[in-house]
Design a protein around this ligand. Structure first.
Ligand SMILES: CC(C)(COP(=O)(O)OP(=O)(O)OC[C@H]1O[C@@H](n2cnc3c(N)ncnc32)[C@H](O)[C@@H]1OP(=O)(O)O)[C@@H](O)C(=O)NCCC(=O)NCCS
Length: 177
């Protein structure tokens, strides 16, 4: 059985490691520009947002960062009043057992309780996540996509060639839609 709850401090290292492992398993490098170090700093993230974990048979197998307040340091490309979740990740060894869906469902329950719309951004290589979001009723929001020229402000980023011209793809969900 899977339970979802706030991560405790002694789980922060595990959260960081499984999140980096899940992102590293994507087809194209997502950890450029020091993102891996930022992900591993779960303690800072937990001060600025809610780090949730999915626990399966007593083991932390997945995590997500729920950002309920758009003024949080961890809120990105949102507008006032919108909620967001970021860094949804499940340990590659535990994929396909419902942890990812349980984490998304918890974020949806939180947003519904607050009366917030969730806005999230994905990348072209997150097909499994996108299919799951669509099954949950998230809708594509091309109007909220973040174009390459906009997100790649830092000219020195060491990006894989596949990123050239690629936008971050937005989805949104609201309990009242
Ligand atoms: C997206 C992710 C979190 C899903 O985690 P998970 O625990 O495997 O997901 P679940 O077991 O809850 O499965 C969710 C759905 O995805 C499907 N799925 C899971 N793994 C799959 C795979 N390898 N291929 C195809 N479908 C898959 C499941 O069948 C399920 O579909 P259903 O809703 O019809 O039952 C995980 O694949 C991951 O960590 N991906 C890398 C990080 C990422 O892309 N994050 C998204 C950030 S926006």
């Amino acid at each position: 059985m899977i339970t979802v709850r706030i991560a405790s401090a002694d789980e922060y290292a595990r959260v960081g490691e499984l999140t980096v492992a899940a992102y590293r398993a994507l087809a194209v490098d997502h950890l450029f520009g020091g993102y891996d170090q930022r992900i591993l700093d779960t303690a800072t993230r937990a001060r600025e947002a809610d780090v949730l974990v999915a626990v399966l048979d007593g083991r932390v197998v997945g995590a997500v960062t729920y950002v309920g307040d758009s003024s949080s340091e961890w809120s990105e490309w949102t507008e006032p009043g919108e909620a967001q979740f970021r860094l949804l990740a499940v340990d590659p060894a535990a994929h396909g057992q419902g942890a990812g869906a349980a984490l998304v469902r918890t974020c949806m329950e939180r947003a519904a309780a607050a009366g917030s719309t969730i806005v999230i951004h994905t990348t072209p290589w997150m097909k499994i996540a996108q299919a799951m979001y669509e099954r949950f009723g998230f809708v594509r929001r091309p109007d909220r996509d973040v174009q390459y020229e906009v997100w790649k402000e830092d000219e020195d980023l060491d990006l894989a060639a596949e990123w050239a011209g690629r936008a971050f793809l937005a989805y949104s969900w609201s309990a009242t839609d």
